[in-house]
Design a protein around this ligand. Structure first.
Ligand SMILES: Cc1cc2nc3c(=O)[nH]c(=O)nc-3n(C[C@H](O)[C@H](O)[C@H](O)COP(=O)(O)OP(=O)(O)OC[C@H]3O[C@@H](n4cnc5c(N)ncnc54)[C@H](O)[C@@H]3O)c2cc1C
Length: 583
């Protein structure tokens, strides 16, 4: 098997720089990234994965609730689609979703055969649970130990010849003089080494943007992939659906909590009222409707909202503790018995992770408008799958796996017969990329990234600004974000860890701008997009998606936003997935 070349170290302006050459560079080692890397390697490509932490243990994937959609051919697909479309308030592409659901079933069957950590029936088949969560009446799902699953995927990728570049923060994509994609640059934050990767294809699987949300794993997903792709000329899509929240326990911030709601827990306000009943919502309510109800309870002075689990039987409790041992242990360590004593929960911000915006793809398989640039997982727009609502609690993990599989195959197919760009063809871009990477370290003065991040969060995470929207409020927030973006261009880094934060803040500010600019354009309310000045869904005229493209250079660049119809999306996935999964 051909191998990734590299590791050679040179010195540039006093910095150590390592250089790598591969066919496919994958940015990110979450569920999407490791699956993409494995698929591309199995399809014959030399694959390098760059990620900020330890591959398989960073990003949000290891901390997910581990609840995955698992619809089989004998299930009523059409009924599921109808309920799903209704609960997510439209914008779903039925054909795309059908293909994802079917591929998802064969993907998990293959992983199950190869030893993935799934619950099993006596005959060894994956055990399905018909959970009532996220607004769905009864949808078959797998319950997966996310931590073990990610370890399994790491082993799968390594066994297929994938090379890992860990603790590496990529900062920009490389363009050759002809304008073609040529790889990426970045640095390793632990040893302060700069990194150059030459590659004709790049899969962006760098997760979403949570503007440093509260949940575990979110510190590494700051929208770097969205921003790097947008700066390269790629388009973002559905960005107005990026302000999402998920009901979160105030004692402990991890996965498995949503299943507690499925067991029959109830959210009650300070007056003891069930908040879903108060807001006329179904029980269980879709994630975005529950979040909205919680936010309104807090804003209208009826907080805190407590989660009442006292109606749950001992047997159900023991079953949950067995399924989610890590969460159960974490909760135990708080010293409070949440099954006996209702404790406060709050709408925890998940940004684009629970929403559906991301890098626009035009054809299944992660094909973007930039030749050689592919996208998968949370980094990709997910409106065709999750509409205006949320994919957390079952569809996001399904999408991360399937989109990773398809992007890996597409990228491997794309590079066949192409080689990494010649050194002299990219040298100027490399020089520029490295200079931009270290700039904050070399500045003598400038604001700290953490202080600017706090300002950014005040605009984005505040539901009154980014969720309960008006044209005036959005315009004011946009002006503020543009100021923050300019400030973010002059950040100073004290060390290499700070440097990562500088790039993240710069990227997250750009993503915030794309979100707000897209939100101005959509004059209606649905899913995660709530306009107080247009409080109702806008009907058929709004059955379209938004796209946003960065125009101009540097801090003065602006997003142009336009509308595009679902009919222009190509729903044929790449070939080869079934052969790969049979192996
Ligand atoms: C609390 C919570 C619970 C959830 N529960 C569920 C659930 O039960 N079911 C479900 O379907 N979904 C769930 N989700 C959503 C699901 O976890 C995600 O959609 C999915 O894991 C995303 O996978 P990913 O590979 O796209 O991204 P991630 O797993 O976030 O991986 C991103 C990767 O990109 C890397 N990266 C980022 N920027 C850079 C950079 N500049 N350079 C190099 N590397 C970079 C990171 O280091 C990381 O490796 C949950 C989410 C949260 C927050």
């Amino acid at each position: 098997m051909a191998e990734v070349e590299g590791g050679a170290v040179m010195i540039w302006r006093g910095y150590r720089v390592s250089e790598w050459t591969c066919d496919v560079l994958v940015i990110g080692s979450g569920l999407a990234g490791l699956t993409a890397a494995w698929a591309a390697a199995r399809a014959g490509a030399r694959v390098l994965v760059a990620c900020k932490g330890f591959a398989g243990a960073d990003g949000v994937s290891p901390f997910a609730g581990g609840v995955v959609l698992y619809l089989l051919p004998e299930d009523d697909e059409e009924e599921f689609l109808r309920e799903h479309e209704h609960l997510n308030e439209g914008l779903i592409h039925a054909e795309v979703l059908r293909r994802v659901i079917r591929q998802n079933a064969s993907l998990w069957q293959a992983w199950g055969r190869w030893g993935a950590p799934l619950e099993r029936e006596m005959d060894g088949s994956p055990r399905r649970r018909w959970l009532r969560i996220g607004g769905r009446s009864h949808v078959p799902r797998l319950v997966v130990d996310s931590v073990e699953l990610m370890r399994f995927l790491r082993r799968l990728a390594l066994r297929s010849g994938v090379r890992l570049l860990e603790q590496t923060c990529l900062t920009g994509l490389l363009k050759d003089p002809a304008g073609a994609l040529a790889g990426a640059v970045g640095f390793r934050r632990q040893d302060g080494e700069l990194v150059i990767v030459r590659a004709p294809a790049v899969i962006v699987a760098s997760g979403g943007c949570s503007w440093r949300g509260a949940h575990m794993g979110q510190h590494n997903v700051m929208g770097d992939g969205y921003a790097m792709a947008a700066r390269f000329g790629a388009e973002l899509a559905s960005m107005e659906f990026c302000a999402s929240y998920v009901a979160t326990c105030s004692l402990f911030d991890s996965h498995g909590q949503c299943v507690l709601a499925a067991l029959g827990g109830q959210f009650r306000n300070r007056l003891g009222e069930n908040i879903l009943i108060r807001h006329g919502l179904p029980e269980p309510a879709p994630t975005h409707q529950l979040a909205l109800a919680m936010i309104l309870e807090l804003l209208e002075g009826r907080g805190p909202v407590r989660f009442d689990l006292r109606g749950i039987s001992e047997e159900e409790r023991r079953d949950w503790e067995e399924r989610f041992p890590l969460v159960a242990r974490g909760l135990q360590r708080t010293g409070r018995d949440v099954f006996a004593e209702p404790v406060p929960w709050f709408p925890g911000f998940t940004g684009s992770i629970g929403g559906s915006g991301g890098i626009r793809w035009q054809r299944l398989g992660g094909w973007t408008s930039i030749p050689g640039l592919f996208v998968a997982g949370d980094a990709a727009m997910r409106t065709p799958i999750t509409g205006a609502g949320s994919g957390i609690t079952f569809l996001n993990l399904a999408w991360a796996g399937v989109s990773g599989l398809w992007a890996g195959l597409s990228a491997a197919g794309w590079v066949r017969g192409r080689s990494a760009p010649e050194p002299e063809r990219t040298d100027r871009a490399i020089e520029e990329g490295l200079r931009e990477t270290v700039e904050p370290l070399e500045r003598r003065k400038g604001p700290s990234p953490r202080s600017v991040l706090r300002q950014l969060q005040q605009v984005v995470v505040d539901p009154c600004v980014s969720f309960l929207r008006t044209r005036e409020g959005l315009q004011a927030a946009l002006s503020r974000i543009r100021e923050i973006r300019r400030e973010a261009e002059g950040l100073q880094a004290r060390d290499w860890h700070d440097l990562a934060c500088c790039h993240e803040v710069r990227h997250a500010a750009l993503v915030a701008e794309a979100m707000l600019a897209s939100a101005v354009v959509r004059e209606e309310s649905r899913g995660w997009h709530r306009r107080l000045d247009f409080p109702n869904p806008g009907g058929p005229v709004w059955e379209v998606w938004t796209a946003a493209r960065l125009q101009g250079e540097g801090a003065d660049a602006d997003f142009e936003v336009w509308l595009w119809p679902p009919s222009s999306l190509r729903a044929e996935p790449p070939e080869g997935a079934d052969d790969l999964l049979r192996g």
